[in-house]
Design a protein. Sequence first.
Lengths: 367, 310
Amino acid sequence: MANATLTPRRSQLTKGKLPNWAMWAVLAGALILGAAVAALVGFSIISWAIFSAVFFIIAGTAVTGVAEGGRKARNRLALFLIYGAFIVALLPLLSVIWTVLERGVPGLSYNFLFTSMNGVTGAIDNESVAEGTPVLGGAYHAIVGTLQITLWATLISVPIGLLAAVYLVEYSTGGSLARAITFFVDVMTGIPSIVAGLFAAALFGQLFGPGTRTGFVAAVALSVLMIPVVVRSTEEMLKIVPNELREAAYALGVRKWRTITKVVVPTAISGIASGVTLAIARVIGETAPILVTAGFASSINWNVFGDWMSTLPTFIYYQILTPTSPTATDPSTQRAWAAALVLIIMVMLLNLVARLIARLFAPKTSR
Amino acid sequence: MSTNALRRTGGGGQSGDRIFSGASLAAGCLILGVLFSVAVFLIIQALPVFGADPAEITGGEGFFTYIFPIVIGTVIAAAIALLIATPLGIGVALFISHYAPRRFAQPFGYVIDLLAAIPSVVYGAWGYSVLAPQLALAYDWLARNMGWIPIFEGPASQTGRTMLTAGIVLAVMVLPIITSLSREIFLQTPSLHEEAALAMGATRWEMITMAVLPFARPGIISAAMLGLGRALGETMAVALVLSGGGLTASLIQSGNQTIAAEIALNFPEAFGLRLSELIAAGLVLFVITLAVNMIARWIISRHKEFSGAN
């Protein structure tokens, strides 16, 4: 204490304030008490953590209230609850990632990635459970389907989304059409994915007869979900292109469409590309629209315009809900989690790529 | 406009300008057209239901009797999700914007955004095989000790695949939406207001209740509404987690169903009138989420105008 030599009393500024170790002491007490109470109702890490947290919050607030007053106690309680909210929010994330890794890694093999479910029947699954032979069948057809459908969805939505954003930023003068487009693009981001799927199914059912289910229908459904994301991110990126660049191009006599294609879009391309990548990451994991538009297949289908197709999400869904062998579900569960792992790796890679693109290809700003 | 003058002086290449501006205008209109045609095609395909004999509809008592319980189920699931996710999301957003050490604030934000990157079917699988068995124990306890409250009425589901579980999984899924939107708004709070409150001797929590929350209220409301829109339309988590059935008040028994899950579970085998029925159900869901989203967007756009004042 620096001021101890000046005056024997504690500083006026810190008078009535709890010392720093007080909360650690309360925490230790809460942990012990929590363990004791948890032991009474049947000890487990979860109940121990819950009881200790509750005791810590109550005791910490009470101690602060006695020593420092009601306002400080409320402040402390808010601090606990807000830190607690963050920790609680992390739990499901950690649990999901841990579960997918723990259950997905054993099923991940060369065989899983490069064979389809063609010819894999319940009898084969029963045999692999009974005799311990390796689980046959894999997600190759689903990986092919995912890539195909996502590729087509990207091919449809990127030109439309890009051009619409160009219209909003470069051509519109803020009239009612532009405002309507902006508003409905925002509204479209909130369309439930299953409704987008129903729309594509209804559209193609109307045009080509009911029950038309192909990969292309699914791609249309996914584009309904993807276009608004592409428009929003592209719009944001085009807006931050400095006006000086456009004016410099116009001053050189360059036409507007050449200015846009040669100056504005290349300047913003890193942001646009990362936005598109994030949009792909969003739709690649969609299940519901695929379920109602592409049906379900167990063999490889490269043709998006004919026959049913599987994707990784629908593969996971069907393997869990309707296991290949109703009596021995383990092989199906294993395949489902391995597929979930592949899917999550794909999504995370896309997110990572988006960030890398945004960082590496960002235009050089003048310093 | 200076560009008009330039356009006139040039000789060739005018067609390029026209084609490009025409194409971008067409793309813009196409988006409006798509949204419009979503409504039109759903209505066309759903029409047979409204003309059909009530006895032919699932349940045998007409479309309204069929759709009513699953609308209620949808609302219950979304309400549970919001009740959990809104306070939690605000807490997490406050943590990132006002409590976490500055250096870690951005990484923490990325971590929470990761929750949004996980595909819904994976959440469904997780809820089905990890969360539900854990919660089954808690439900058992609830049914024994708090069974006199209608929503906790026993006997509790042994698998844990109940409405409450589905609501909790949905809460996890809408949490990143609510968090990221309210975080944006919290960061926009005028720092002069915050500093003024702190200078008057307010504690950090008093500063938040006096300066940050009043400023952010419209933003929080619209964030919650957008989360609601997502929770209403979320399909796979509910389809996998909930062991559906008729309408029941108890949240810890199996039962209830949501529109989205009803469609996903029955569409692959549906044909004829049943198909129209499910599409009509989708139309109802579309109208509900459209209304919720439009209200949310309207609040945000109104908010934009007065947030420019600082």
